[in-house]
Design a protein around this ligand. Structure first.
Ligand SMILES: [Zn+2]
Length: 231
């Protein structure tokens, strides 16, 4: 059961162990942004906070962001994560509503802009809460370790995605992350980009760790960490 914390009159965060997700409410409907790792009742919890219809929008399709999916008839997610992260097979009763770069989902006086940022997963998106000037970045910008190994990742596109996020910098004042510290300053995009470039330059030492049956490289930098394929 996640702990609910109010951010403002129509925004909440749900702390679900090592991950968090969000509920944002507009004049006509509300959107859950992700649904946690151990929260199959996410929709019921949302309904205690809002009387508006609730839709589910995912920043990406990893298992620690999708536990409440079953409660919804549709999931708004980038189509490549619906496939590659196997959301389609894990939650067969929940149909795909495609979100793509540049889409705007308006909750009623609360537009959410979709920015496609492949890297952490190929279908990762950031969600710009336009009027609140806040960016929900999923796992792509955070202080913790960012997973970059396995088939569903696109590390080769990650730097360009961070550059793309930085190009929207005049449109947000803060970043909500899904792991580790919740609120990050907007220049954290640049910091994660610097860390990523440093890791790829080969100048950062790593250690081999075992994660979900994979031996991967664990890099730790001043700003965040990365788990990479051990070549
Ligand atoms: Zn995650």
């Amino acid at each position: 059961m996640a702990e609910v914390i109010k951010i403002d009159d129509n925004t909440w965060r749900f702390e679900d162990g090592f991950v968090r997700f969000f509920l944002v409410e507009g004049d006509e409907k509300a959107a859950m942004i992700d649904s946690g790792v151990n929260c199959p009742n996410a929709l019921e919890m949302a309904k205690e906070l809002t009387d508006k219809p609730v839709i589910l929008i995912n920043t990406h399709g990893d298992g620690d962001h999708t536990s409440g999916t079953n409660g919804f008839s549709h999931i708004y997610i980038h189509p490549s994560d619906y496939e590659k992260c196997e959301v389609n097979t894990r939650y067969p009763g929940t149909d795909l509503k495609e979100i793509n770069d540049g889409d705007v989902i308006d909750l009623g006086n609360r537009p959410l802009k979709i920015i496609h940022i492949p890297g952490h997963t190929s279908g990762s998106v950031a969600i710009l809460d336009v009027k609140k000037r806040a960016l929900f970045a999923g796992d792509s910008v955070q202080k913790g370790h960012i997973f970059m190994f396995g088939n569903k990742r696109e590390p080769e596109n990650y730097e360009a995605s961070l550059e793309k996020l930085a190009s929207f910098e005049s449109e947000y004042d803060l970043i909500y992350a899904s792991h580790d510290e919740c609120i990050l300053p907007k220049d954290y995009v640049e910091k994660v980009k610097e860390a990523w470039k440093l890791v790829n330059s080969g100048d950062v030492p790593f250690e081999i760790v075992e994660l979900y049956g994979n031996k991967v490289r664990s890099y730790t930098t001043e700003y965040c960490g990365f788990y990479l394929e051990d070549m």
